[in-house]
Design a binder for this molecule. Structure first.
Ligand code: SAH
Length: 262
């Protein structure tokens, strides 16, 4: 019996209905799959039944990596490493379908790393099907003018189409987490807004959302040296709050910021 390690966010999915929902989001047959944090292999086993071309798994826990080796042998390629230290682009020569019941403490870090590392449409994945803490998923899928809209929604929407699959109750896991979870599905956008450096968008959103309830006049003036021409050109009312600007306006502001620092 494997004892779950809290430090590695180990909550194993035991609900076969949820596992089926995850599997039914994409066609797996003859596709190349990457699973992050396979744990005891509950999902891995079901993926294998669908006859993928290849499965690579990344599992940080040495004991679980050994268990997976014992249970699946050469049917899967096991990378016994921290996913944050893996260069995903070098994993495989085809676009991967990625599944991950991610440890909650690193889920946003992984998603942001994947989004920000993509240069010029060079996506190393074709789909992401990921489990998040519900509250984080709500921020990822939030739309402008809503209370959860912010950095995470803007950065995610920049390069990805996002769809919610379903919420998942704590009772679907063992041990039970204290919070609800949500499965999200992502697909690359082939024509996302071109920026030279993702740091510009990170900076704009960080400074604008620093004070969610205040008017954007102050952060705007700070970033653009009180140059009102840009706000005029982009048709931005500086009396609005950060959550009132849509995705495109943030991308355009990031672009203007890049032009300034050239
Ligand atoms: N997917 C499994 C397990 C989910 S628990 C299931 O649904 O049953 C999260 C898994 O991620 C655990 O197996 C944990 O050991 C692994 N993990 C935690 N941090 C990790 C990291 N940084 N890199 C890779 N795997 C990690």
């Amino acid at each position: 019996m494997i004892k779950a390690k809290k430090s590695l966010g180990q909550n194993f999915l035991i609900d076969s209905n949820v596992i089926t929902k995850i599997l039914n989001t994409v066609n797996i047959f003859d596709q190349s799959i990457l699973e992050i944090g396979p744990g005891t292999g509950n999902l891995t086993q079901k993926i294998l039944k669908k006859n993928p071309k290849k499965i690579i798994v990344i599992e940080k826990d040495d004991k679980l990596a050994l268990l997976l080796k014992k249970n699946f042998g050469s049917k899967i390629e096991i990378i016994n490493k921290d996913v944050l230290k893996v260069n995903e682009k070098l994993l495989h020569n085809e676009r991967l379908i990625v599944f991950g019941n991610l440890p909650y403490n690193i889920s946003t870090e992984i998603l942001c790393k994947w989004i920000l590392n993509i240069k010029n449409q060079n996506f190393w994945f074709s789909h992401l099907i990921l489990m998040f803490q519900k509250e984080v998923a709500d921020r990822i899928i939030a739309l402008p003018d809503s209370k959860n809209y912010g950095r995470l929604s803007i950065i995610s929407n920049w390069k990805l189409y996002i769809k919610k699959i379903c919420d998942v109750k704590p009772s679907s896991f063992s041990p039970k987490p204290k919070i609800d979870s949500t499965i999200l599905y992502f697909e690359p956008k082939q024509n996302f807004f071109k920026l030279n450096n993702s740091k510009s968008l990170e900076k704009i959103t960080r400074i604008f959302f620093n004070h969610r309830r205040k008017m954007i006049k102050k952060p705007y003036n700070l970033l653009f040296n009180k140059n009102l021409e840009i706000a005029k050109k982009l048709n931005i009312n500086l009396n609005l709050r950060p959550q009132n600007l849509d995705f495109e306006t943030y991308f355009k502001l990031a672009d203007e910021l890049e032009k300034l620092s050239c």
